[in-house]
Design a protein around this ligand. Structure first.
Ligand code: TPW
Ligand code: MG
Length: 544
């Protein structure tokens, strides 16, 4: 079989559902093979960062693996940032890069798009992917593809595959289906038993979940386990949106001082905090009201279980959850579960100017009337505002925090779900990747996009109030929508916002951009508390 076909079939078998990409001459043979084989649908976008964000977000929604196909050098280096983000946030995205042919490599000339050496690109990607293969040898290619795809799934992180352009049509053997990497079944059992004993001995155990439970497709299993144990569940900031559709959604989201005090108290006073698939990041933990001693918590993530100083290596999260479920009996605690305040509803339709919190309220009202929409959010106050939106499936860079994610991620969400997504994005982030909306018409995508337009890098201003460089110009984003194939509406008041959302819901054949003009300095309550919490932490750290 030809290499490209074998590769595409193996990708599909490994859980790929689509390819996002931008071609270039080194990748033309590969793109031809993608289009001709029809193995996976191909969506081209306008700038490689968007390719990576869309592939990442689609993967977060459909499970399986994502694919980002780009050309050598100029294309691949443009893709570095989203792949770094996917690495940090544990999304399994396969990078397919075209590359110079074997004869071009040995010609002695510098090749266009080359940075330093021909392998500079590979070396950069070694840092941000968990396995790499350069398919320059027909004899070894099938085995390399199989290994890299297995690593991608098992580590749930990006991998890198480089395809010299003359290799696309090379004959290779069938790509084997590798068995899963060995797991120490006894270690899994022992870890499950020890965790359950710790929980049973505790008086206020709490389960906190994060990205990995979605990446490994075990959300339902975790929900079932929690219910069997009778243990309260919360998500991290990064994990907001997990289990949103479960029969027993989480009590809320832990954001330390920035979050709901009831949830903060529950988590920080727990004597057995079980972190399943949790990323131990500063956005998740550094704004604790009371320092959480991570050595006293139980952590299962990155194929490891840690209880204090006791470490079980090679314990896949899914295996652990299954083993725990098999042994789980009700913990017999009847905790006084807090009743966090319900999300805000019923926005007054008046002529007051819009605040970020109003946007959350308006979205809650809209979804209550018309059904929920899957969401993607950028970094910025829009993500903090999203914490007040009644729990919905959400793709957001809650840990890596890269701007520019929101709009292309929303496009990926629409591809993965077939549903119309809701995209939350700041004006600064929209200026980075918002143009990608111009690709909606070709593919029949119709997201609803809410631009938090405060003519400002407001989140930075919140940390550095006197800085002039955080002022942005007032760009009429709503006027850009029409020429790009969408409908644009600018709103300034709460009444206009509610009406615009109704109109957006009723407009089904194109994207709708609602440009919400807000005052500089107007911030969501969650972001204000987050900024204050960070300030206090920094002051405490500096005073020793
Ligand atoms: C790729 C640093 C974090 S938040 C922010 C910046 C520049 C301002 C965001 O402005 P926006 O939203 O989108 O108007 P808002 O609500 O704050 O007004 N470059 C990248 N990523 C990050 N995170 C930054 C810079 C940053
Ligand atoms: Mg802004």
């Amino acid at each position: 079989m030809r290499l490209a076909e074998a590769l595409l079939q193996a990708l599909r078998r490994a859980g790929a559902r689509e390819i996002f990409g931008i071609p270039g001459d080194f990748a033309l043979p590969l793109f031809d093979a993608i289009e001709r084989s029809g193995e996976l649908p191909l969506y081209t976008l306008s700038h490689e960062p968007a390719v990576g964000f869309a592939a990442d977000a689609a993967t977060r929604f459909h499970g399986g693996i994502g694919v980002a196909a780009i050309t050598y050098g100029a294309g691949a280096f443009n893709l570095v940032n989203p792949i770094a983000g996917a690495y940090a946030e544990r999304t399994p995205v396969v990078v397919l890069s075209g590359a110079p042919s074997r004869s071009e490599r040995s010609s002695g000339l510098l090749v266009h798009h080359q940075a330093r050496s021909l392998d500079s690109q590979l070396n950069v990607y070694r840092e941000i992917t968990c396995d790499q293969a350069v398919l320059d040898d027909p004899a070894g290619a099938a085995g390399e593809i199989a290994r890299v795809l297995r690593t991608c799934r098992e580590r749930s992180q990006p991998v890198y595959i480089e395809i010299p352009r003359d290799m696309v049509t090379a004959d290779i053997g069938p790509v084997p289906v590798l068995p899963p990497s060995p797991v120490d079944v006894d270690a899994v059992e022992a870890a499950a038993v020890e965790i359950l004993e710790r929980l049973r001995a505790a008086s206020s155990p709490v389960l906190m979940v994060d990205a990995e439970i979605r990446r490994y497709g075990i959300e339902e299993a975790v929900a079932g386990l929690a219910q069997r144990l009778g243990i309260p569940v919360v998500t991290t900031f990064m994990g907001r949106g997990l289990l949103a559709e479960s029969a027993n959604p989480p009590l809320g989201t832990y954001i330390g001082v920035a979050g709901q005090p009831e949830i903060t108290e529950l988590v920080e006073s727990s004597d057995a905090l079980l972190l399943l698939g949790v990323i131990l990041s500063d956005t998740n933990f550094s704004i604790s009201l009371r320092q959480i001693d991570l050595r006293q918590t139980i952590i299962a993530a990155e194929r490891q279980v840690r209880l204090g100083f006791h470490v079980y290596p090679d314990v896949p999260l899914a295996d652990l959850v299954i083993a725990m479920a098999a042994k789980a009996r009700p913990l017999g605690i009847s905790p006084d579960l807090p009743d966090p305040p319900p999300p805000p509803y019923d926005l007054p339709a008046d002529d007051a100017s819009v605040s970020p919190n109003d946007i959350a309220t308006a979205i809650n009202d809209m979804m209550r009337s018309h059904g929920s929409l899957p969401m993607a959010s950028d970094m910025g106050d829009c993500l903090f505002t999203a914490m007040d939106i009644d729990q919905q499936a959400l793709a957001a860079p809650g840990y890596y925090a890269g701007m520019g994610f929101g709009v292309p991620a929303g496009l990926g969400v629409q591809v993965a779900t077939g549903e119309r997504p809701l995209i939350l994005v700041g004006d600064g982030a929209f200026a980075m990747t918002g143009w990608e909306l111009g690709n909606c018409r070709r593919y029949g995508w119709d997201p609803i996009v809410i631009v938090f337009n405060n003519a400002s890098w407001e989140m930075l201003r919140a940390f550095q109030p006197d800085a002039g460089y955080n002022d942005l110009d007032d760009w009429p984003f709503h006027e850009l929508a029409g020429p790009l194939g969408g409908l644009g509406i600018r709103v300034r008041t709460r009444r206009e916002l509610a009406e615009a959302l109704e109109l957006a819901v009723a407009t089904r054949d194109r994207f709708v951009l609602i440009d919400v003009v807000m005052e500089r300095g107007s911030m969501s309550d969650t972001l204000s508390r987050f900024v204050q919490g960070f300030g206090r932490r920094r002051a405490a750290a500096e005073s020793g």
